[in-house]
Design a protein around this ligand. Structure first.
Ligand code: ZN
Length: 619
């Protein structure tokens, strides 16, 4: 089609060229005729002396209108939608121009002929010259008409062609995008506007085409954040408007960066859950995504995933390092005495707990052993090792000291003397008590009774260096304190038993309830009389100035011991009242003995006249 249109354009140009040639011919013809008449008129004027009329003079300047040399480029106007641009003469209709040209040419010819006629009439030439004039006029007019007719045909053909082309010509204003109409832009990448071009163009006739017209680009928002943006392009030319648009999709296809923190010293105990070493996640668009990271521990690995808002997912995994580098915690219990006296029970106590193996106390290896029946210093070395070879060691020393021994020779100044006295026995605990006393080489005094099943122990008491004194056969207050006879009858019977058991009678005694008793109040002044009688009979009676509290105050062995310790510190020589028929007395006595020995006291048995310890008689 375009080829065809160009062909038509060429044809039109050819027609134009021919037309112009015709016009030039007319112009030259007119000029030659003008010059002829001018010379002739000059000759006549010279002969007659007349001047030209105004009308005649104006004839000389009647030329065809000066044709637009650009007529071939004519109207690039859009006859459908667009008025043409250009100079004013370009805007006038081609028909008008052509018509004018034609009329001018024809009119010129007619006027030339008419002038000839008018000139002929005005001059009233003689008839004789009429034929010549007609002949002359006829000869000159005929070729002009032929040529005009030919030109007319050409013009008509051109006009028809042009009209045909023009009817098909459509002007359009187009905006053409540079680059793609749909752009996918990665987030963070600067958008570079490719721009657009606008052109104004005829579909057939191109003489009025305009390229590179200004295009206005508008966008409501710069395509920076994620989303879809529309960029509009518009152009205006004459009264036409055209536009185009481009869609820009800003997308995020970049996954977050997931970084694992690794501590070279970190490890996980086999069978234990992994303890997170740390991680960070950041996204080019969403920023810090660390809180969104999900992790899953599976088959010795930890798998991490995190996704950004655009659905880009980053993953990472780490192999868990399983190990155990922590040794068991070996603890030696501090409630185990590090110093004991030979014969004391001694039992070790410790624990070993491993972070992986748990309680492995039973696997602790102890090098060394404490012999609690043998004096000496024992070093114990402990070693606890877990299943992974991590070991803890510890060490402690236990000293087994010799028994402190009572040494009567130390009691030279009568300082820190203790007379332990036991009433109301012997009983079922007396034998054990004798063992304890023997252990520390402590000698005591037993004020015995004769109603129990252990009378044979009276002999042992004496045999082991203890003092045996009379207390009472029956210990029956009502009976013995009825009167003096009753008392001494009971007393003598007891001393008989002592003699049977020990081989000798004793001159040491203790009144049941003490010389200060009031249980004898039924016989007024009885104790006053009995105490004097006792001394006159050669007996030395002993009350007490210290008491272990084992009758009314306590049944606790520790308290028994503490009472003795407290009481013996109240005076330099103590006579301590105890009862060997009480189990708790037997149990508490040893600690008191040990304390006293370690604190410089000396235990002595009562001997006749060794020390006076009399209560104030109350009856
Ligand atoms: Zn008693």
């Amino acid at each position: 089609m375009k080829q065809f249109l160009h062909l038509i354009s060429s044809l039109l140009a050819a027609v134009r060229q021919v037309f112009l040639s015709v016009l030039n011919y007319f112009k030259r013809l007119k000029e030659s005729r003008s010059r002829y008449y001018s010379r002739r008129r000059d000759r006549k004027r010279a002969a007659s002396g007349k001047t030209l009329s105004q009308n005649e003079k104006s004839l000389d300047i009647v030329y065809p209108r000066d044709l637009n040399p650009d007529i071939g480029k004519l109207p690039t106007e859009n006859i459908v939608r667009q008025k043409p641009a250009g100079p004013e003469n370009n805007r006038s209709s081609i028909f008008t121009q052509l018509k004018h040209m034609f009329r001018t040419a024809a009119g010129n010819i007619q006027e030339t002929a008419g002038r000839r006629i008018r000139q002929t009439k005005s001059k009233r030439p003689p008839r004789t010259t009429g034929r010549r004039i007609r002949q002359s006029a006829g000869r000159r007019i005929r070729p002009a008409f032929v040529i005009a007719a030919a030109a007319g045909v050409f013009v008509l053909a051109g006009l028809i062609t042009y009209a045909s082309l023009r009817s098909k010509n459509v002007y359009t204003l187009d905006v053409t995008l540079n680059g793609d109409p749909a752009v996918v832009l990665e987030y963070g990448t600067a958008y570079e506007e490719p721009g657009a071009a606008a052109s104004y163009r005829g579909s057939v006739i191109h003489s009025n085409d305009q390229a590179d017209l200004p295009v206005e680009t508008t966008m409501e928002q710069a395509p920076e954040d994620l989303g879809t943006y529309i960029i509009r392009y518009s152009a205006e030319y004459e009264d036409m408007k055209a536009g185009a648009m481009r869609i820009v999709h800003v997308v995020d296809t970049v996954a977050p960066e997931l970084t694992l923190t690794t501590n070279p010293d970190a490890y996980t105990l086999p069978g234990h859950p992994y303890e997170e070493e740390g991680f960070t996640a950041s996204d080019n668009h969403d920023g810090d995504l660390t809180p969104q990271v999900k992790s899953e521990e599976k088959d010795g690995h930890v798998y991490y995933t995190v996704s950004d808002a655009s659905g880009n997912t980053a993953t990472a995994d780490r192999a868990i390092v399983y190990d155990d580098r922590t040794a068991p915690v070996l603890t030696l219990k501090d409630d185990v005495p590090l110093e004991i006296i030979v014969g004391d029970d001694w039992k070790d106590s410790f624990t070993a707990v491993d972070d992986l193996d748990g309680d492995i106390t039973s696997k602790v290896k102890v090098e060394g052993k404490v012999d609690n029946y043998k004096e000496g210093t024992y070093t114990l070395k402990y070693k606890s090792e877990d299943a992974h070879g991590n070991a803890s060691t510890a060490e402690r020393t236990v000293t087994v000291k010799p028994l402190p021994k009572n040494d009567p020779s130390l009691a030279v100044n009568g300082e820190k003397i203790i007379f332990l006295t036991f009433d109301d026995g012997p009983g079922e605990y007396t034998a054990e008590l004798l063992d304890i006393l023997a252990k520390y080489d402590v000698k005591a005094t037993f004020f015995v009774t004769g109603t129990g099943d252990y009378l044979d122990l009276i002999g042992r008491e004496a045999a082991e260096g203890h003092t045996v004194g009379v207390h009472s056969l029956t210990h029956d207050y009502d009976k013995i304190y009825a009167d003096e006879d009753a008392f001494w009858e009971d007393f003598d019977a007891m001393n008989d038993i002592i003699e049977q058991q020990t081989g000798s009678r004793t001159n040491i005694m203790r009144f049941p309830g003490g010389s200060s008793n009031t249980v004898s109040a039924g016989n007024e002044g009885l104790m006053t009389r009995l105490t004097v009688q006792a001394l006159k009979k050669g007996y030395d009676y002993y009350d007490w100035n210290a008491y272990d509290g084992d009758v009314y105050e306590t049944t606790d062995p520790e308290q028994i011991s503490q009472n003795i310790i407290d009481e013996i510190q109240q005076q330099s020589i103590s006579v301590v009242l105890c009862h060997d028929i009480k189990e708790y007395t037997k149990d508490g006595i040893e600690d008191a003995i040990r304390w006293a020995l370690e604190n410089g006291y000396t235990f002595l048995p009562i001997t006749y006249g060794c020390f006076e310890c009399h209560h104030e008689v109350q009856n």
